[in-house]
Design a protein around this ligand. Sequence first.
Ligand code: 5GP
Length: 181
Amino acid sequence: MARKRPREHLKVLLRKSQIRRKVRHLARQIEHDFHGEPLHLVCILKGACIFLADLLRELELPVSVDFIAVSSYGKGSLPSGEVRITKDLDHSIEGLNVIIVEDILDTGLTLNYLYRILQSRKPKALKIAALLDKPARRLKEVPVDYIGFKIPDAFVVGYGLDYGERYRNLPDVCILPAVEA
Ligand code: 5GP
């Protein structure tokens, strides 16, 4: 019997060409806002790593990066309701132009929490770039400056986003139909 192809059950929501165009557009917006000033990108691990890598290479500004990890979703798709830093930044952000780079804004719990923590560390500017936004599920307001795509209330994988650590390597953003968002 032929083996089932692993992507059969996935529905493509955003193709890699669309994502590439959008990331370029976001980079131009950011360059326009920061007028050649140095930028410090803070990537939220792990889901935003692909978005960070693409955005970083599009930006024609002096850019540095750091990484932070938080616990929000467990191994599956259900939010724990609790946000905790599991890996902090390596460097101080005091006096820097910081952009938090996130894969997806869902309930807003993660970014609401991180924004407040990072703001208390006295950056010169603090902005948020999120590739995807699921406004239907928002519980906490978040001041997002750069949004790639508003998407429907579905569980998505690919382009860095996982389900139980799978699917991060897909070039497209896809809906995983069996999972409740
Ligand atoms: P929030 O705190 O806004 O509810 O959730 C943010 C985090 O939840 C994201 O960084 C991401 O890790 C996870 N998340 C939310 N929605 C999805 C989704 O549709 N797919 C995946 N793979 N992760 C999601």
